[in-house]
Design a binder for this molecule. Sequence first.
Ligand SMILES: Cc1cc2nc3c(=O)[nH]c(=O)nc-3n(C[C@H](O)[C@H](O)[C@H](O)COP(=O)(O)O)c2cc1C
Length: 186
Amino acid sequence: MSENHSEFDRLVKARRTSLLVDKSRAVPDSLIEEICDLAMWAPNHKRTWPWRFAHVKGEGRAAYGNTVADALATAGKDEDAVAKARTKFLRSPSLIVVGSAQGEDQLRTDENRDAVAAGIQTLLLAATARGLATYWGSCPPPAQKAVADFCGFDRGTAIIGHIYVGWPTGAPEAPARPELRVNHIG
Ligand SMILES: Cc1cc2nc3c(=O)[nH]c(=O)nc-3n(C[C@H](O)[C@H](O)[C@H](O)COP(=O)(O)O)c2cc1C
């Protein structure tokens, strides 16, 4: 295996879902832009360029949490979930909200989402390569519309990821992967 391959392999396996971050140490906007830019190099059927990014930081995080919490309360979610949403985005100094544009039909909408998910993995790896910790969480369905509005995304944009980003203070253990099975046919 060439040296380049082993470097890439190590990076892929080093990426962890982690919220062990320094909440008080900001991530520069320029770094956030670098990793979002790399996400745009994911494959994308029909070149619809469906990814949408918003960087929520500082006082924006509490406002974002209130937006999510209010949407959950309106949808009748339980008090604990609502209360948690108000503060959970303060767990990292930066949050990247990643959206996926609606397509002209369901197939294109699905393919857009696939492209955005592929882009998120690139973003996570780019962050790892820069020494940043990341955590990909989902946006609860009842909050999707309010979040799209908050982020300035078009109506119909699906929120694919809450990506918490920060400087690591520790590293969780890697969850083991199942045994590889590849059906080689022919
Ligand atoms: C679409 C998506 C949503 C996720 N949502 C959550 C979440 O809500 N909470 C959480 O702890 N992890 C979430 N994760 C991260 C997984 O738990 C994590 O990837 C898995 O445990 C493997 O750990 P690793 O990423 O460190 O290899 C999510 C991952 C993806 C792809």
